[in-house]
Structures are given as C-alpha cells and as structure tokens.
Design a protein around this ligand. Structure first.
Ligand SMILES: Cc1cc2nc3c(=O)[nH]c(=O)nc-3n(C[C@H](O)[C@H](O)[C@H](O)COP(=O)(O)O)c2cc1C
Length: 128
C-alpha cells in the first residue's frame, strides 16, 4: 500500500537516545563512536525504582525519544535486542514504563521535544 502521509517515521531520523544510569552518573551511548559519554554525575536510578526488584539490578538502561512518530519503534527494536543478548548470556531483563518521567527529563536536561519513555534493568536471575 502506498504511504501518503507527510510525516513518515523512517528516513533514518535516529530519533531515540540510550542512557546508562549508574550510582555515580549518567552516560549516553554514542552509536557512531560505539562508546559511552558521561552526561552528568547524578544518580537517577531512584527515579526508576517504583518496584522493589529494580533496586537489586546492576544495570539500568533508559530510553529517550524525540516526540514524533518514529522513536517508540526504535526503542522497541533496541530493547528487544537487549532481551536477546541478555538471554544468550543467562541474564534477566525487564522493560518498564513505571518511572518518574518528568523528573528524569528535568534531571537529564532534555530538550523540550525529547522525553524518557522506558527503563530496562538487567541482572542475574533470582536465586543465582
Ligand atoms: C512498554 C512496556 C512497559 C512495561 N512496563 C512495565 C513496568 O513498569 N513494570 C513491570 O513490572 N512490567 C512492565 N512491563 C512488562 C514487563 O516488561 C514484562 O513483559 C513482564 O514482566 C513479563 O516478563 P517475563 O515474560 O519475562 O516474565 C512492560 C512491558 C512493556 C512492553
């Protein structure tokens, strides 16, 4: 079917960003350079801890999108890849939307047209 929309979500817009949250700061993934770049020295993990199991997770990923049609699709693709990798390494992971989005946006200093959408924690299976 021909797409007659003027706001297609493709065109390599790259309208998502990935952050790693640690107790000593936030890092943004730089895809082209394949490295992490430090954004600040803040511990934003508590803003994602609305469920107890999150407190024990050693790795916290935060997905951010530009407020247009495509970002959520990219986030879904990215977090599914994390699921595949985690499973291949015997790790557990949960994608979660129960996060304090306004506070995360503010603390990360995101531009007005960007927003945090989902958090993904990765850890070892319970009991191991
Ligand atoms: C976009 C999205 C947001 C979600 N948010 C939460 C959440 O905030 N808390 C939660 O416990 N599960 C959430 N879930 C569900 C979990 O990611 C997961 O699917 C569920 O815990 C079942 O996991 P399992 O199949 O690995 O047992 C969300 C799922 C999706 C797709």
């Amino acid at each position: 079917m021909r797409n007659r929309s003027n706001s297609r979500p493709s065109r390599n817009l790259q309208n998502m960003a990935l952050y790693v949250l640690t107790p000593t700061g936030c890092w943004q993934y730089d895809g082209p350079a394949h490295c992490l770049r430090k954004v600040n020295d803040k511990n934003l993990i508590p803003l994602c801890e609305r469920q107890d199991f999150v407190k024990n997770a050693p790795l916290h990923l935060l997905y951010v999108i530009k407020n247009d049609r495509g970002g959520q699709n990219h986030v879904g693709s990215a977090y599914q890849n994390v699921y595949l990798y985690a499973t291949s390494r015997g790790l557990s992971t949960v994608i979660r939307a129960m996060i304090d989005i306004p506070s995360l946006n503010r603390e990360l200093g995101l531009p007005a047209d960007y927003t945090a959408v989902t958090h993904q924690c990765v850890g070892w299976p319970k009991g191991e």
